[in-house]
Design a protein around this ligand. Sequence first.
Ligand SMILES: Cc1cc2nc3c(=O)[nH]c(=O)nc-3n(C[C@H](O)[C@H](O)[C@H](O)COP(=O)(O)OP(=O)(O)OC[C@H]3O[C@@H](n4cnc5c(N)ncnc54)[C@H](O)[C@@H]3O)c2cc1C
Ligand code: FES
Length: 320
Amino acid sequence: MTQERASRKKGSHTATVLSNVQAGECFWKLRLRFDGEAAKAFAGFTPGQFVQFDVSDLAIPSTDSIPTALLDGARRSVLLRRPFSFSDVTADGDTTTADLLYCIVGPASLRMTTLREGDTTHLIGPLGNGFAVPEGKRTALLVVGGMGLPPIRCLAKSLSVEHPDITAVAFIGSRTVNALPLEERPARFDEGLSLSVPTFATLGIASMVATDDGSAGHRGPVTKCLSHWLQENADRPREETVVYACGPERMLAAVARIANETDIDCQVSMERRMACGIGLCQSCAVECRVAGSDEIIYKLCCQDGPVFDAREVFFGADDA
Ligand SMILES: Cc1cc2nc3c(=O)[nH]c(=O)nc-3n(C[C@H](O)[C@H](O)[C@H](O)COP(=O)(O)OP(=O)(O)OC[C@H]3O[C@@H](n4cnc5c(N)ncnc54)[C@H](O)[C@@H]3O)c2cc1C
Ligand code: FES
C-alpha cells in the first residue's frame, strides 16, 4: 500500500461465516472466510475500502432481542445492500479472513446478528479507493470517531506490518465509554498517550481516548487531543506527517481544519448512504472543491472515495 491506490478489481463474492459475536455493548464482530477467487480479490484489500453486504435473505431476530428503539423499523424489508468496511484482513495461502465490526442501527445490521458459523453470505467488493501512504511520511496520526474505528484499525495493522518505519499514534473519540467500539476494554484508560487501548497496543501503537461525557479518557472532542499532540510535537517536520480520519462528518471537518491550519496532509473517509456502491445511482455525492478556484463539484463517495484528500472536501457550514 504505497502511493498507488487500491486495486479496482471488484466482484460479487460469497464468504463463509466463521463467527458472529456481540463484542461490546453497541456492536458485533463478524468474521468471514473467503476461498478461491474471492480469497484472491480480498487478499489485496486496502484499508478504507468497503464491501456492499447483501442481507435480503437473512431472518429477523426474535422480538426479545431487538432493541426497543428499532422495533418499529425492524420489519422493513432490506432490498439494497449496505456498505461496511473491514477492521482486519488476513491472507493466508488459499484463504483470506476478514473481520467486520458493526453497530446495530437498523434493519440490515439487525438481520446480520442472525448469521451463524457455517452460513454463507453474499457481498460485492472490494469497493472504493482506500487510504494511501504517501512517500516520505514518518508519522501517522489516526483519528477515530465512534464507529469510524474499523477502517482505521485496518490501516493501523497495515502500517505496523508494511511501514514499520512510520510511527503511528491513535486518537479515539466516542460519545461515552460504553459506545467505544473496542472489543477489549482495559480496566482503566490512562490519561495520556499510552498503550492502554488493546486494539492498538497489540500493534505497538500508542493511543488516547476522549469521550464527550468524560466517562473515559479526556472529556471533550477527540480533536482537542489531536491539537494538543500537534502543539507538543511542533518540532516534527510537518511534511513527514499524515493524518487519517474516519468518523462523524463534524469531526472530519474539524480534523480537516486542524490539518489545514498546520499544513499537514490529511485523508478523510467519508460516509454517505449508498444504494449501488458502484457509481450508478449517484446517491452518494460528496461536495468537493476544484483546486485553485471557488468552483464546487460533486464526486462519488463509492467510486472517488470513500477516502478523500481533506483539502478537497467542502464540508459546508462546518467549513467556516
Ligand atoms: C464506506 C462505508 C463504510 C461503513 N463501514 C461500517 C462499519 O464498518 N461498521 C458499521 O457499523 N457501519 C458502517 N457503515 C455504516 C453502515 O453502512 C450503516 O450503518 C448501514 O446503513 C446500516 O444499515 P441498517 O439497515 O442497519 O440501518 P439503516 O436503516 O440503513 O440506517 C439506520 C440509520 O442510521 C443512519 N445511517 C445509516 N447509514 C448512514 C450513512 N451512510 N450516513 C449517515 N447516516 C447513516 C441513518 O440515520 C439511518 O436512519 C459504513 C458506511 C459506509 C458508507
Ligand atoms: S452508491 Fe450509487 S453512485 Fe455511489
